[in-house]
Design a protein around this ligand. Sequence first.
Ligand code: RTP
Ligand code: MG
Length: 220
Amino acid sequence: MERSFVIIKPDGTARRRVSALVLKALMDRGYKIRAFREMKVPESLAKLHYDVHKEKHFFQWLVDFISSAPVLALIFEADDVIQGVRDALGATFVQKADPSSLRGKYGIWAGVNIAHASDAPETATKEIELWSNEGGLVESPDAEGLTKAYIERYSSGDADYTMKLRDVVKNAIENSDTSDKVLESLTELMGMDAKGINPGEISALASIIFEFVKEEIEKE
Ligand code: RTP
Ligand code: MG
């Protein structure tokens, strides 16, 4: 049976409700969960995970983003799960993802996009090996129950700050606004649904999103 390695990235996990909704949407597709781990990603693991992108201009940003605050690392299993998860996520850049896809619904902007998923069976195998050896990911019969418990615990309520976060980022880029106000808004909105996330990690995540905004403005 095919497997996919999935990460709910810090921008989803810091917003607990959003990560619960993403997990629920993926489970509703009938996939089995073989491993579940909430963890802070060491920079060394983030670098190895995104090693294929090491020559890209956004590599260091991507490493800082993925290691800024906790993620959920998971192994999904089902027939055609790799393509299925990627279809559910939608296009890489949030503004290009279909509005009904998970990145389209919950991603913040561009590559600040909620989740990673393996792109082929060979990469899935490599990623599962890497995260098992370097990330303490363990396959367990408990994984399914842990995932359901997470969904149960965090998916209630209807507050969704995604569009507000998206507007802050978009407006800042459009208006070349690099003032502290932007960072303050990001920190406040990022913290709205962050039960159990350390405030220092929320700040680190907001700062790395602010870095992204500043880099986009410099490019123009
Ligand atoms: P992922 O690996 O995270 O599942 O995403 P993907 O296959 O859809 O896209 P990929 O090209 O592998 O990019 C990996 C992650 O890097 C960030 N990114 N930023 N600033 C940029 O131009 C840029 N391009 C990619 C995104 O977080 C993307 O998910
Ligand atoms: Mg990729």
